[in-house]
Design a protein around this ligand. Structure first.
Ligand code: NDP
Length: 449
C-alpha cells in the first residue's frame, strides 16, 4: 500500500490533490486488501490509480476586443469498468491535471455507489468564466468542444457540469457537439429541459446531500426540523442544499463565495434564496450584494491567505461545505466542534482536509464524505441518460422519488460496508470500501485490460 502511494507521489510530485484523494481511499480499503490476496496479485491498486486515458489539449479563443487567448483543456477518463466514463467539467482558474485527476478518481467510487452503470471521468479547463461576456463564454465552449467531441459519446464518455459549468455552458457545448457530429444524442447531462434535460437535475446534488443528511440524523432519531445550519458556497450545490434544508424545517444562516460570506441570523428563507439564485445564476454577481438587499445580515470578506474561515466559527447544529476542495482545515473543524456541530455533510468534493476529517471522526460527529453525499447529482445525470436513450421524460416526482431511493441506498450501503469491516458508523471508510469493491470486482471479471 505504502509502496503504491510513494510511487504515485514520485511520478507526479505536483499533483497534491490527487495524492490526498488516493491516500484516503487506499488507507480505507486496507481491510479489504488484507482479506483478498487476489486484489494484490492482480495489481489492483496500481491499476485503479492510473487513468485509462488522459486527454490534454489547447483551447484558443478570441475575446470581444479581438484579442486571442489560449487555455488548457483536460479530460481524464479514469475507469470504465462499470460503464461509460461519467463526470463533470470544471472551468476555474485553479484547474490543473492534478485537480482533474483527483476529481476523476473520486468520481469512480461515487458513481459505483449510485447503483447505476457508470464509469468515472472528469474534465475541465483553467478558463475562468467570471467576468466574461456570454459571447466570450460561447466562443470558449465551442473551441473546447472542437477538440473534446472526438473523445466522447453517449456510450463512451458523458460529461456534465461542475464549478463554472452550468446550464449556459452545457448549452453551448452541446450545440457545437451536435454540429460537429450531426447527431442529437445524450452526450452531455445537465441539458435544458426543453431539449433533453431531466427534471430535478439542477436540484439533484443539493437535494441528495440533504436526503443523505436526513438519513444520517435518523440513525440518532433526529430530523432537520429546527436545526441551525451553516452552508458554504452559493452556486448550484449550495443553493439547492439550502432549498431542501428550508423545506425540511431547518434554518440556514450562511452562504459564501470566494470573496467572503454572509451571516443572516434570522435565516435565509425561500424569498431570500430566490434573490441569491437570481443574483448568482442570472446577474452573476457577488454574495456581498446580499447585504445591500438585506441590511440586517452581516457580510464578512475572507482573504484566501487566512489560516481559518470565520464562517465555520458560528454556532450551529449542522455544516454543509458546498464550495470547493480543502475549505475546512483542522482549525475550522475545531471551531465547528466548539460551536456545537453534530453533523457535517459534504456537498463539495473533498472540502475537508484529512486532519479535519479525523477530528470529526474522533468526536463521533456524523460525517458524510462528498463521494457519498453529493452522488445525487451524477445519479440523476444517469437517469437523464436513461431518459435520453428511451426518448422519454419522467415527471418531477418520479425522478425525485428515484433520487431519494438512491440516497437511501447509498446510506445503507456505506453503513453495511462499515460494519462488515469493523468500522461501524464510519461513512468515509464505508463509502470507500463499498465503492471500491464493486469497481474492482468488475475489473477482475473483465480481465487485464
Ligand atoms: P458553482 O460554480 O455553481 O459554485 C461554486 C461555488 O463555490 C461558488 O460560490 C464559488 O464562488 C465557490 N468557490 C469556488 N472556488 C472557490 C474557492 N477556491 N474558494 C472559495 N469559494 C470557492 O459550482 P457547484 O455548486 O456546481 O460545485 C460546488 C462543489 O460541488 C464543487 O466541489 C463540485 O465539484 C461539487 N459537486 C458539484 C456537482 C454538481 O452537480 N454541480 C455534483 C457533485 C459535486 P466564486 O463565485 O467566488 O468562485
Amino acid at each position: 500500500m505504502e509502496n503504491t502511494i510513494e510511487k504515485i507521489r514520485d511520478k507526479d510530485p505536483e499533483q497534491k490533490e490527487f495524492h490526498q484523494a488516493v491516500d484516503e481511499v487506499i488507507h480505507s480499503v486496507k481491510p479489504v486488501l488484507d482479506r483478498n490476496f487476489e486484489y494484490r496479485q492482480q495489481g489492483i491498486l496500481e491499476r485503479i490509480t492510473e487513468p485509462e486515458r488522459v486527454i490534454m489539449f489547447r483551447v484558443p479563443w478570441m475575446d470581444d476586443d479581438g484579442q486571442v487567448h489560449v487555455n488548457r483543456g483536460f479530460r481524464v477518463e479514469m475507469n470504465s469498468a462499470l460503464g461509460p466514463y461519467k463526470g463533470g467539467l470544471r472551468f476555474h482558474a485553479s484547474v490543473n491535471l492534478g485537480i482533474i485527476k483527483f476529481l476523476a478518481f473520486e468520481q469512480v467510487f461515487k458513481n459505483s455507489l449510485t447503483t447505476l452503470s457508470m464509469g468515472g471521468g472528469k474534465g475541465g479547463s483553467d478558463f475562468d468564466p467570471k467576468g466574461k461576456s456570454d459571447n466570450e463564454v460561447m466562443r470558449f465552449c465551442q473551441s473546447f468542444m472542437m477538440e473534446l467531441y472526438r473523445h466522447i459519446g453517449p456510450n463512451t464518455d458523458v460529461p456534465a457540469g461542475d464549478i463554472g459549468v452550468g446550464a449556459r455552458e452545457i448549452g453551448y457545448l452541446f450545440g457545437m457537439y451536435k454540429k460537429l457530429k450531426n447527431e442529437f444524442t445524450g452526450v452531455l447531462t445537465g441539458k435544458s429541459l426543453a431539449w433533453g434535460g431531466s427534471l430535478i437535475r439542477p436540484e439533484a446534488t443539493g437535494y441528495g446531500v440533504v436526503y443523505l443528511a436526513a438519513e444520517m440524523l435518523q440513525t440518532r432519531r433526529q430530523t432537520l426540523e429546527g436545526k441551525s445550519c451553516l452552508v458554504s458556497g452559493s452556486g448550484n450545490v449550495a443553493q439547492f442544499t439550502t432549498e431542501k434544508i428550508i423545506e425540511l424545517g431547518g434554518k440556514v444562516a450562511t452562504l459564501s463565495d470566494s470573496s467572503g460570506y454572509v451571516y443572516d441570523e434570522a435565516g435565509i428563507d425561500a424569498e431570500k434564496l430566490a434573490f441569491v439564485k437570481e443574483l448568482k445564476n442570472i446577474r452573476r454577481g457577488r454574495i456581498s450584494e446580499y447585504k445591500e438587499r438585506y441590511p440586517e445580515a452581516v457580510y464578512i470578506p475572507v482573504s484566501p491567505e487566512r489560516d481559518y474561515n470565520p464562517l465555520w466559527e458560528h454556532k450551529a447544529d449542522c455544516a454543509f461545505p458546498c464550495a470547493t476542495q480543502n475549505e475546512i482545515n483542522a482549525k475550522d473543524a475545531s471551531h465547528l466542534l466548539s460551536g456545537g456541530v453534530a453533523l457535517v455533510c459534504e456537498g463539495a468534493n473533498m472540502p475537508t482536509i484529512p486532519e479535519a476529517v479525523d477530528i470529526f471522526l474522533d468526536h463521533n460527529i456524523l460525517f458524510a464524505p462528498g463521494k457519498a453525499a453529493n452522488a445525487g447529482g451524477v445519479a440523476v445525470s444517469g437517469l437523464e441518460m436513461a431518459q435520453n436513450s428511451m426518448r422519454l421524460s419522467w415527471p418531477r416526482k418520479e425522478v425525485d422519488d428515484r433520487l431519494k431511493q438512491i440516497m437511501k441506498s447509498i446510506h445503507s450501503t456505506c453503513l453495511a460496508a462499515s460494519s462488515e469491516y469493523g468500522v461501524e458508523g464510519n461513512y468515509v471508510a464505508g463509502a470507500n470500501i463499498a465503492g471500491f469493491v464493486k469497481v474492482v470486482n468488475a475489473m477482475l471479471d473483465q480481465g487485464l485490460v
